[in-house]
Design a protein around this ligand. Sequence first.
Ligand SMILES: NC(=O)c1ccc[n+]([C@@H]2O[C@H](COP(=O)([O-])OP(=O)(O)OC[C@H]3O[C@@H](n4cnc5c(N)ncnc54)[C@H](OP(=O)(O)O)[C@@H]3O)[C@@H](O)[C@H]2O)c1
Length: 346
Amino acid sequence: MNDLRNNFKLAKNTIDPNKVPKKKLYTGDEIPAVGLGTFGSDRFTKEQIADAVLGAISNGYRHIDCASVYENEPEIGEVLDIAIKGGVPREELWITSKVWNDMHGEGDVLVSCATSLRDLKLDYLDLYLIHWPYPNYHAPGCDGDSRNPDAKAFRKDEFLSTWRQLEQLVDMGLVKNIGTSNMTIAKFDEVWDDMRIKPAINEMELHPHFQQQAFYDYCINKNIQPIGFCPIGSPTRPDRDKTENDTVDIEDPVVITAAKRLGVHPAVICVKWAAQRGQIPIPFSVKENEYRGNLLSSMIDPLTDDEMEDLSKINKDCRLIKGQVFLWEGANDWKDLWDVDGVIAK
Ligand SMILES: NC(=O)c1ccc[n+]([C@@H]2O[C@H](COP(=O)([O-])OP(=O)(O)OC[C@H]3O[C@@H](n4cnc5c(N)ncnc54)[C@H](OP(=O)(O)O)[C@@H]3O)[C@@H](O)[C@H]2O)c1
């Protein structure tokens, strides 16, 4: 257990949160431009992840990306409570959570949000996301080949009934901003006009080998701020999420060259590229030197125009989180989840 739990204080060399860049959302709220991920890829205990959250806050992080399906919100809630009681103003923190696929039904979103609030020991969330845009459930940690016989293709009416519940959470003051995750352009086009409160954020996979330029531009044009998950290419993700064609961002020569110039780990270049391009990266790490380096990366020594240009050219369309466990009977393969030809697969 982290000493900070008994005696919370800011690290001696804490990074001043006021100097970390922020992004202004269309709602007027400002969100720190780098956050900390909390999905431990089954490699760390809940306590280790909670310790990392507390250490990260002590070091200057103010943006934490949580989700009920990560099954560690109660442990993270304990350390948020310690940090807030230890002097970090609640208003300085940006806490995200997400409704999991088995809680999309009528009335369930409120229950799920209330559970996250109770677990995180908060009375409001800064951001609440629909984690995946369909109610196809799979148990946390299940095998990559497992399929749920009840899984169905995306349905506009189903999605919108879930979205209405998120809108109610805003009306009730439980949530300040709402958004989506794992969406596509085609799905946004289908539901956009019927969204009374427009999404402030779309959380999407973004790293140098998976830049999703068209979708990124689409979000920016619609005033949706992208948050980029797996910003380092999730090099230590679970084996069930790996395929033999996947590429490794931190081994890319362009990333390595920039890392050598700046004297940092290639992972830091991935985070730096993300923040400099404009999405909000949420790198995960439980190691203090790593999470400090990731936060600092957004504040010092910008990548040069040439480096940004070179990095823009190493996209390999390499999606890592393919989502195959959400496929429904009759679907061809994981590409059906991502509407690659611009049409929603039925
Ligand atoms: N919305 C969604 O559907 C969704 C999906 C996936 C992820 N997410 C969110 O995105 C977060 C980040 O994604 P991720 O955890 O899969 O991948 P990631 O952040 O791309 O990669 C994390 C790994 O990179 C390594 N790393 C981090 N900082 C480093 C540094 N400075 N130097 C060297 N290595 C470093 C660490 O490996 P070691 O531990 O070996 O040091 C760490 O485990 C998740 O935690 C979660 O909050 C959301």
